[in-house]
Design a protein around this ligand. Structure first.
Ligand code: ATP
Ligand code: LTN
Length: 343
């Protein structure tokens, strides 16, 4: 293992240490406005006051079968999207998970402190096992252990994610607590950071179901969809038989559209009800579609500018992996010592 400055103790929270933020998205392509509102958009606000580390989690992506050339392309594209969304590589560490070997190394160790029963209870594992019944592989099962390694390697304080990742943060806390219980204060116990609005954007075609990048129908609005497609998808959004735009139980379609509109405009639900009083669903759906398309347009043009500059993206990946790798190696060395490996 590489030599490190042993005096730099990342485990102790120095009073002047900024909170560490870690998060990641899988480069599985077709990012949706759910990924944007639930995760990436919020990251940009956090980068000013914290030490932020944002990762392209390619190792998680291979828990479902990926075409190699697509995976490579999606990795560049996701990094370009982070940048286009406003994440500043001068302020944050941006890197690709497989470029820092510490993630796989710590994941193995933590797997020995994670119970079979705990992993069996993960709802994402159960859902993905149903969706990929012909490929229920061990990586899909131990996915949360790798995610715990991602987080714990950097002594992370806060993990900004959407609602669906709450259970994975919980298990990362359990694993860290169990490890600390045996070896002393090694890991920082991380907290999830779930946005108040936008944490669970629902499918436009089935508003009882989470909007997901792996669903290819009209239900998912992609960040890079054309203006026409975005508007068309919102026009087709499934709603109820009422006609009044108001947030209420049993109106999951309208509630979802109101949430999306609120996230992109900053308006409260009451303001939205007021704005559309006396207008039908048609006018509201069109307004939401146009607002989303307008809000995404600058991000899209920035994305197209950045994504073609492969050299620039590779420079960021490389320096991000160097910075992340230094922190990761330090944590891993400490863990290896604690458990009795010869370092
Ligand atoms: P897949 O459909 O391939 O499982 P996904 O859309 O869930 O993928 P991930 O890469 O697993 O995407 O998630 C990236 C981030 O986006 C996570 O923080 C996750 O909580 C968030 N996220 C995903 N879907 C939504 C959604 N519908 N609403 C809000 N946040 C979401
Ligand atoms: N499992 C996450 C992606 C992810 C992640 C992480 C998020 C992998 N490692 C560490 C936050 C912190 C998901 O969104 N599906």
């Amino acid at each position: 293992m590489t030599e490190n400055n042993e005096n730099t103790n990342v485990q102790k929270s120095a009073p002047d240490r900024k909170p560490v933020i870690f998060s990641g998205v899988q480069p599985s392509g077709n990012l949706t406005i759910g990924n944007y509102l639930g995760a990436i958009k919020g990251w940009t606000d956090l980068q000013h006051e914290n030490d932020c580390i944002f990762c392209v989690v390619d190792m998680h992506a291979i828990t479902v079968r990926q075409d190699p050339s697509e995976l490579r392309r999606h990795t560049y594209e996701l990094l370009a999207l982070y940048l286009a969304a406003g994440i500043d590589p001068e302020k944050c560490i941006l890197f690709v998970q497989s470029h820092v070997p510490g993630h796989a190394q710590l994941s193995w160790v933590l797997g020995c402190y994670t119970m079979f029963g705990e992993l069996s209870r993960m709802t994402q594992f159960k859902d993905k096992s149903k969706k990929n019944a012909d490929n229920i592989n061990a990586g899909l099962f131990t996915y949360p252990v790798l995610m715990a390694a991602d987080i714990l390697l950097y002594m992370t304080d806060l993990v900004p994610v959407g609602q669906d990742q709450k259970q994975h943060i919980e298990i990362a806390r359990t694993i860290a607590g169990r490890f600390n219980g045996v070896y002393g204060d090694v890991f920082k116990i991380p907290e999830g950071f779930i946005p108040k609005t936008g944490a669970k954007i629902m499918s436009l075609s089935d508003p009882e179901k989470k909007m997901s990048k792996s669903d290819s129908d009209f239900g998912s609005v992609r960040i890079l969809d054309s203006r026409d497609d975005i508007i068309r998808k919102f026009k087709k959004a499934v709603t109820d038989s009422d006609t009044v735009v108001r947030y209420a139980q049993g109106k999951s379609g309208i509630n979802n559209l109101m949430n999306i509109y609120s996230c992109f405009t900053g308006k409260s639900l009451e303001q939205i009800e007021h704005e559309f009083s006396g207008q039908g669903y048609g006018a509201f759906k069109l307004a939401v579609g146009e607002t989303v398309a307008d809000a995404l347009a600058p991000l899209q043009s920035e994305y197209h500018r950045i994504v073609s500059d492969k050299q620039y993206l590779e420079g960021i990946m490389k320096s991000g992996a160097d910075s992340a790798g230094r922190i990761a190696a330090r944590t891993l060395r400490k863990v290896y010592k604690k458990i009795g490996f010869v370092v």
